[in-house]
Design a protein around this ligand. Structure first.
Ligand SMILES: [Zn+2]
Length: 402
């Protein structure tokens, strides 16, 4: 009912002309026995759904899974994702991860943040070499060398030596575009399509190393953190996640710079993480997938977006079934992101979303859905697409059997 017709109706119906006394008797207004409740703080509002709907547990994935997007190690010394040294912090030993993998039918984990130099070699030794075909490690740019005049060449060489150490691909964090700055008096942000990275992208093409790229962030993080912001609570809890600040580019500017990189390096395969970094706009992601045959996407940490548009998401999976890989963004100790802790329940939510037509369920483990107050529905993918998304597409990118 539109607002106007509702107002008109209220003005002409019995309800609209009830005396206040009668309204109280009928329970339409609070009485002394039922006082108006004080305003409830948003953070305390935890509604419990009264909806009775089907719940389909999916304890094991229908096909063995390659989780293309995890973080098993991180830099021991990092500022906003810029590794200041090669040393790695091991979040969890592989022996601790394998039981979850066995229970949930997870064939392999790709650790995107494997670092570089000695730290990378250590990571490969501890995971990939000890448990072949269960762990794959990616390298990261040596931003610590960025200020050197021959950085383009040094970075290309670093990719080659990372490949020799066993790195399967390159990971770009949103550091690029949002944190990495020139060491000049202006200290301006380095752009995603800065030509100093061109030899790095080309070297990845030559070595057939896919590039997993996360630039930008959810669109709501670029908007004012006010009462109209759909991620208000999250931004309220983490004010530093907002890029609605002077000196930051817009989401569109960052993605356009990224697209210029895709266009300039057609031989390099790019996996645009988090559904092309723009899951809120599947039309935009689709247009880019149509423009750039070298672009792929993963679904990590974006069930909230995909699952609140299940019919559009299902069409997206139908159309791009050869270019979508499974990923979670799981990290063993989710200190910053408790909803992404590597555990059994995280995986079961992903499987339920992909494999069932269940409706109105949480996109993240309890207690509070962290990325906006809504629920998701499953997209009930058929076997053929599930198989591709769970392992075949990632297998091709990593040059391993899916
Ligand atoms: Zn990630």
């Amino acid at each position: 009912m539109s607002r106007i017709s509702r107002r008109k109706l209220l003005g002409t119906t019995a309800i609209g002309i009830l005396s206040s006394g009668l309204r109280r008797v009928l329970g339409a207004e609070p009485t002394a026995d039922s006082p108006q409740q004080e305003t409830l703080a948003l953070a305390q509002y935890q509604p419990v759904s009264m909806l009775h709907v089907k719940e389909t547990p999916v304890p094991r994935a229908r096909y063995p899974v390659i989780d293309f997007h995890t973080h098993l190690t991180s830099s021991a010394h990092a500022v906003h994702g810029v590794s200041l040294g090669a040393e790695r912090k091991i979040a969890e030993k592989p022996e601790q991860l394998l039981p979850v993998m066995e229970r949930r039918n997870i064939l392999a984990l790709t650790n995107l943040t494997g670092g570089f130099a000695d730290g990378l070699a250590d990571t490969v030794a501890q995971y990939d070499k000890r448990f072949p075909a269960r762990f794959y490690t990616f390298t990261e740019p040596s931003y610590n060398l960025f200020q050197q005049s021959n950085y383009p060449q040094l970075q290309a060489d670093a990719i080659r030596s990372a490949h020799q150490s066993g790195a399967r691909g390159l990971k770009i964090l949103k550091t690029l575009g949002l944190y990495l700055r020139e060491q000049t008096t202006t200290g301006s942000l380095v752009k995603v399509d800065d030509p100093r990275f061109d030899p790095m992208w080309e070297t990845c093409a030559g070595l057939q190393m896919p590039v997993a790229i996360h630039v930008s962030d959810p669109l709501a993080f670029f908007k004012p953190a006010d009462r109209f912001n759909e991620r208000y609570e999250e931004l309220h809890n983490h004010p530093d996640w907002s890029y609605f600040r002077d000196g930051y580019p817009s989401n569109a500017e960052i993605l356009e710079a990224r697209n210029r990189v895709f266009a300039r390096h057609p031989r390099t395969k790019f996996v645009a993480l988090h559904v092309g970094n723009f899951a809120e706009d599947l039309d935009n992601v689709s247009q880019n997938l149509d423009r750039f045959p070298n672009m792929y996407v993963d679904i990590a940490a974006r069930l909230n977006e995909l699952g609140r548009q299940p019919r559009a998401a299902r069409k997206f999976f139908d159309k791009y079934q050869d270019r979508i890989v499974f990923g979670t963004d799981a990290t063993p100790h989710g200190d910053k992101f408790p909803q992404q802790v590597f555990n059994d329940s995280l995986y079961q939510i992903y499987f339920r979303f992909l494999e069932t037509d269940d409706e109105h369920f949480d996109y993240a483990p309890a207690p509070t859905p962290p990325q906006g107050r809504w629920k998701i529905s499953g997209i009930d993918l058929p076997d053929g697409i599930l198989h591709k998304v769970y392992n075949q597409n990632a297998g091709r990118l990593l040059h391993v059997a899916g």
